[in-house]
Write a protein that binds this ligand. Sequence first.
Ligand code: ATP
Length: 352
Amino acid sequence: MLNLQQYNSKGNTMPQKHATVHHSEKPRKLKKIGVFTSGGDSPGMNAAIRAVTRTAITNGLQVIGIVGGYEGMIQGDFRELSWLDVSGILQTGGTILKTARSQEFRTKEGRKKACESLLKEEIDAVVVIGGDGSFTGALAFSEEYDIPFVGIPGTIDNDIFGTEYTIGYDSALNTVVQAVDKIKDTAVSHGRIFFIEVMGREAGLLALNSGIAVGAEVILIPESTNDQKVFEHFISKGYKRKKTSGIVIIAEGDEMGGALKIAEKAEKENPDLDIRVSILGHMQRGGSPTAKDRIAASKMGVAAVEALIDNRQNIMIGLKHEQVVHVPFSEAVKLNHAIDENLIKIQHILNS
Ligand code: ATP
């Protein structure tokens, strides 16, 4: 903890921070809140920006959009958002506030500049829409400065502890399923095996659920420990006996490697198999959000502003059984979202 005496643009002393609190005892008078998107974009972020903006305006607050994630906060790239500024964006992918990965915010000096920008603009509290990296940044900031942050989980990985859902996951899942259905048509026609790589550097939920939804023969994810065995079984007699075409879904962060590497190995060992590779890439992040993502983003956006009004801080808004929950940033970023073993069982019963 830094022993800093911070001053805002009017020369007033900024309160020193001594611990990460989730509920401030002192009633807070909010006038102006900031909102920004950070890390990888995901479909539904715009719906969340809209919900935050309109809930704030309904409660008499001014809303400032921070453009370009933490980098925009450091640079003071701010624009006021009105009710109409967020009309027509509910159904659009991407983020109207842009997003970025900021190295500077990882430094104390960067966070100091970000705090100065917020104070200069007289922003009283901030809503951050992003993944666990973005919440780690908010946590670091909250340990040094006393401007409250509330987070909304927005990532296609759905891997954040404390929430059953993150905005963008359902849209990405449907995008993968539509793409693989098309690839499957050609796989069957030619009798080929397609090795399809989907996003997920550390999380395999997108791969696992899309694999179940398309009837993939094998799904390889970072969380599983017996990928090698399952794969060898598939590629040897078990596979050849049953089918002439097939789909293998691979999360990009699988410990056996990406789709190219695994396909190369399989080809070497089985030259008679007709193997092709398809890496779905960034198409998974784009497109119009599904109804599920729009609804989740709307729920969480409203809840985030209500939490700030209710003196909450340093928490992420989550959903459990469709209901809003508050999860301290410290838990959301430290703990892992475990993979549902039942999904792995389902995959094995239906496709091995
Ligand atoms: P996604 O899950 O889509 O990758 P994310 O929010 O996890 O989203 P990151 O790139 O990990 O994306 O983090 C976003 C930004 O948060 C970083 O560019 C950086 O500015 C800030 N950040 C991440 N980790 C830290 C940290 N330890 N300290 C300070 N800031 C951080």
